[in-house]
Design a protein around this ligand. Sequence first.
Ligand SMILES: *Cc1c(COP(=O)(O)O)cnc(C)c1O
Length: 346
Amino acid sequence: MTGSPLRLRLDGDALVANWRLLRDMGGDAACGAAVKADGYGLGAREVVQRLAGAGCRDFFVAVWSEARALADLGVPVSVLHGVRDADMADRPAHARPVLNTVAQVQRWRAAGGGACDVMVDTGMNRLGVAVDDVAAGLLDGLEIETLMSHLACADEDVPRNARQCAALAGLRGRTSARRLSLANSAGIALGRDYAFDLTRPGIALYGGRQRPEHAPIRQVATPEAQVIQRRRVRAGEIVGYNATFTAPRDTEVAILNLGYADGYLRCFSGKGSVRVGETALPVIGRVSMDMIAIAVDAAPGLGEGDWVAIDYALPETAALSGLSQYELITGLGPRFDRVWNRPSTP
Ligand SMILES: *Cc1c(COP(=O)(O)O)cnc(C)c1O
C-alpha cells in the first residue's frame, strides 16, 4: 500500500492512560467508553481493542451499523439510539439497545425482551423515557443491565447538574437495572456522586479537556501533512484564494497536503499553526479544499516530501477556531492514514 500524504498519528499509550485516569476518577464505578462516530474519528476498532486490553467492558455506539462493525471483537456494545423495527432482524450477539421511548420499550417486550439498557430523561430533553413513566411501571419486568441518563451541562458549574444527579439517584431500586450510569467525560470530573456504577467517557479519552480536573489528559491524535511544494514569494505578492495574504517581504512558503475536505476548516485561514520539530510555523492565507500554505522562513531545511505536524491540541485548537473539541476530532476525514504508535494486543 502506498501511504497517503496525510496521516493521523495516534498515541495508543495516551489513549489507555486517559481511560485509566478517568476510571480512577470514578472511584469504584466501572468505566466504559463512547466509541460512536468511528471512535470519534480515530477508528472504533483500534480504540476498542486497546481499551478492551486495558479492561474496559462497556462500549457505546449510536447506531446498529456501528455495533455490527465491532461484532467480531467480542465486547459488549450498547446502541444509544435504541431499536427500530428495521434493526430487529440483524443484531449482533454482543450488542443490546439503549431503549429511549415508550414505543422502543414495547417493541423490545413484544420481541421477547432480553438484556437491554434504558435511557431516562432527567431534564436534557434529548433522548429518554420520562421519570414519571418509570415510576408508573413502564419498565417493570424488563431485563435491564444499565439504567442511564445524560447530563446537559456537565462542562459548566450549574445547579442543573445536581438536579439531574438527584433525579437519577431517585430511581435506584425502582427498576430491575443492575447498574446506574450518568457521567460522560465532564460529568466524571463533577465528583464521585456522579459516577454511580458506570461512567461513559468519550471526548476525554481522545484528548479532550473540558474541566480543570482533566488537566492530566494527554493528546492522542496529531495530524501530519506532507509538503507538496516549496516556493519563494516576493514582497507584495499574494498567496491563495482571494489574496487574503500579501507577503510583507520576500517570504519562503510551503504548500501542504491538507485542506477543509479533510476537516481542517476555513476558520484556520491565517490562524492555524504547524510544527517542524520545535519550530512553530503559521498558516497563511485561505485554507483550500486540499491544501494550506505555511510560512517557512524559520525552517530553511524543509522541502518537498517532508512531514509537518499540525497544532491540534483539542482545548487550545477549539479556543482558536471557535469549533468544539468534538467537531475538531470527529471531522478528520477518510484521507488520513490512521497510524498508531504501537500495534494493539489482540
Ligand atoms: C456521546 C455520549 C457520551 C460521551 O460523551 P463525552 O462528552 O464525549 O464524554 C456519553 N453518554 C452518551 C449518552 C453519549 O451520547
